[in-house]
Design a protein around this ligand. Sequence first.
Ligand SMILES: Nc1ncnc2c1ncn2[C@@H]1O[C@H](COP(=O)(O)OP(=O)(O)OP(=O)(O)O)[C@@H](O)[C@H]1O
Length: 375
Amino acid sequence: MSGGVGPIAIETRDVIKRYAGNTAVNQVSLQVKRGEFVSLLGPSGCGKTTLLRLLGGLEQPDEGAVLLSGQDVSGIPAYGRNTNMIFQQLALFPHMDVFNNIAYGLKVRKTPKSEIKRRVQDMLELVQLGDYSRRAISRLSGGQAQRVAIARALINKPEVLLLDEPLSALDMQLRLDMQRELKRIQREFGGTFIFVTHDQNEAMNMSDRIGVMRDGKLLQYGTPDEIYERPVDSFVAKFIGDTNLLQVKMLVEEEGRVWVQAGGLKLAVRPQEGLPAISAGSKASLSIRYEYLRTGEAANSCVNRLEGIVTESVYGGASIRYTLDMGGHIQLQASSLYQRGDARYAPGDSLLIGFNPEDGLLLPNEASVHRESSL
Ligand SMILES: Nc1ncnc2c1ncn2[C@@H]1O[C@H](COP(=O)(O)OP(=O)(O)OP(=O)(O)O)[C@@H](O)[C@H]1O
């Protein structure tokens, strides 16, 4: 298989899946290109696993269609599709060694022995377990077992590999290592991987595109940059990264700026491209990422300048996070890059903070928009 991103590998069209009165997946349309690494991200119960199982044929849609390489595969069970799945419980065969675990799919298909040997060896090289062929499964570390599961799932060259939180049982350091490993394996193998996680950092670290889900809906589908910088609503803004969300009232739009009011504060923000216009007098959310708020000297040159009282100061090595009381029950958090010798503020200090119109994002309050970033 060649690397790079190609035509659409797998796709859902308005897929709906219901369980006894509960709509687990609600009209989801998703397109994943060949060679992409896509994560499905969202809180517990939002429908990620159900969507993955629909892609893999472990569930069938009540409405809508699933297409694999342009062919409608709705109704075709998992064994009839050229997809494969890895679960959190890796389900390796404990009584077989590494070789036989990986070879299993080929043996079932009665592949000639010499070919099995060659392809298992290729897979062992891919996952960097070249010398582990005869090792018992019980004698593998957590990370090695993950690699065996990946090799076993890839040996039949599935068009799409579906991964359901396979790293969530690993401790933090190993989990970070395996994130990098999975990306490397995906690049070398050149396949299409779809990965379910509820960990936003994991999704950001690994993905070409992220699908953010909530209540069975795909709220937004885009690159990590798009999702972080242009979230479609306040839920996505808060779910990915740290952000201040202020309830604001729209005042007027003038000279390319929208003036909004939050408590006693009047703030200028840039009108939003690609989002529905919010009319004067109505309510919206203003999202300002912690790191977009400048503090101290740096705030002086900002269009919006505000004075707050520090209520908390948390030292994080490379940065400091301040919590500020802005009066009128408004609290803001600001994260400043920190180098030894920089000014530091303590609880009780007054601190000037600021941001420019382009660093504030006005968002509709509800998840009332459903936008897919253009492919
Ligand atoms: N087999 C089933 N029968 C009944 N309800 C189900 C079934 N599978 C899932 N659901 C329901 O569908 C909804 C979506 O579940 P799903 O497992 O897809 O969510 P998820 O986002 O993967 O959650 P988690 O991160 O907790 O695994 C939930 O309300 C769940 O209870």
